[in-house]
Design a binder for this molecule. Structure first.
Ligand code: UFG
Length: 336
């Protein structure tokens, strides 16, 4: 039996494929390479097995998806594939709703048809917006502030309704800010164009592709005035997915939302300092205006993940920066 990993060539999907293999699971990857590279698949196979199955298909193609379930013995699914750029989602909301909701609905229909009942879904702490209480627990109110965020919010609702109606058990994993890379330095994040996210931007400055980091906002109500996030090592995150599948095999049924974070809040300047230490030279940066739509501070209460999945993060910010830098240094142009 195998785990189907949608978006398996992407940043989190690829690291999760490796973690699943290490735990002895068979893996089938599916990706249309809309925002990823076949080279990531080669890197996954080099770290695991050349025989790892890879299907190149669009999840909106229901015939192709049905075929995957017919041709492989799949009994578990992890659904990563989605568009994920907040700003782009504001400019192209219909693309985001069609893709992110259509793929999720089509995938679950194919699962029901194939009698596959265990699903782990990539959600995001974006569903909390700016929480009133931090660390934020899974019981906090949810909503969204961008079409991207709404697709995560709506997907959670769709999956929760489906789990109540058909034979489907779901874990909704609400990720905080994934950074870092596989310790080998052969697998990592490779954003298209100029990175929107902090750590990929910092690392492209470090490697000389970008001149300096703009720190968005120095007047937040935080110890150094810059915004606070919960950065989590992508390999810890990957291991959280394995733990979620294990929990679905026995302990968990229905639809359960779980935070995947460390519980540690870091400011932008904390990240810049940790990156400078890893790189061994200062990261040029300048504090500028706040970025529209940014929240001031959020970090996870990770207690429920430990209780329900038996999982907690093991790697700290220094580990994240060391591994992200190791990847970027070895692959200045990513997979290109
Ligand atoms: N930041 C900078 N300069 C940059 C990029 C980011 O100062 O060039 C700052 C941001 O203002 C923010 C922090 O670094 O304070 C982290 O920003 P990211 O863009 O890396 O991450 P966000 O927390 O803003 O976004 C993440 C995910 C989104 C998700 C969102 C929910 O990337 O997918 O969390 O809050 F929607």
């Amino acid at each position: 039996m195998a785990v189907l990993v949608t978006g398996g060539a992407g940043y989190i999907g690829s690291h999760t494929a490796v973690a699943l293999h290490e735990e002895g699971r068979e893996v089938v990857l599916i990706d249309n390479f809309a925002n990823s590279s076949p080279k990531a698949v080669a890197a996954i196979r080099a770290l695991t097995t050349d025989s790892m199955a890879m299907v190149e298909a669009d999840l909106l193609d229901s015939d192709a998806v049905a075929r995957v379930f017919k041709e492989h013995d799949i009994d578990e699914v992890i659904h990563f594939a989605a568009y994920k750029a907040v700003g782009e989602s504001v400019a192209k909301p219909l693309d985001y709703y069609r893709n992110n909701l259509g793929t999720t609905i089509g995938l679950v229909e194919a699962m029901v048809e194939a009698d596959v009942s265990k699903l782990v879904f990539s959600s995001s702490c974006t569903v909390y917006g700016q929480p009133d209480v931090i660390p934020v627990t899974e019981a906090a109110p949810t909503g969204a502030e961008s079409p991207y965020g709404w697709t995560k919010y709506m997907s959670e609702q769709i999956l929760s309704d489906a789990a109540a109606a058909v034979d489907l058990d779901v874990v909704l994993l609400r990720y905080f800010n994934p950074v870092g890379a596989h310790e080998s330095g052969t697998l990592g994040e490779d954003p298209n164009g100029i990175p929107n996210n902090l750590v990929p931007f910092v690392m492209q400055v470090a490697v000389g592709r970008l001149e300096k980091l703009m720190v968005f906002g120095g007047d937040y109500d935080t110890p150094d005035g810059t915004a606070i996030r919960d950065y989590i090592h992508v390999v810890d995150l990957a291991e959280g997915h394995v733990a979620a599948l294990d929990a679905l095999n026995g302990r968990l049924s229905g639809c359960t939302a779980v935070n995947l974070g460390t519980g540690v809040g870091s400011t932008v300047l904390d990240v810049v300092r940790a990156a400078s230490d890893a790189v061994g030279s200062p990261i040029p940066h300048e504090i500028v205006e706040r970025r529209a739509g940014d929240i001031e501070k959020i970090y996870a209460d990770p207690a429920y993940a430990e209780q329900i999945l038996g999982w907690r993060s093991k790697r700290d910010l220094a580990d994240m920066m060391r591994d992200h830098w190791n990847w970027q240094r070895q692959n200045p142009q990513g997979f290109a």
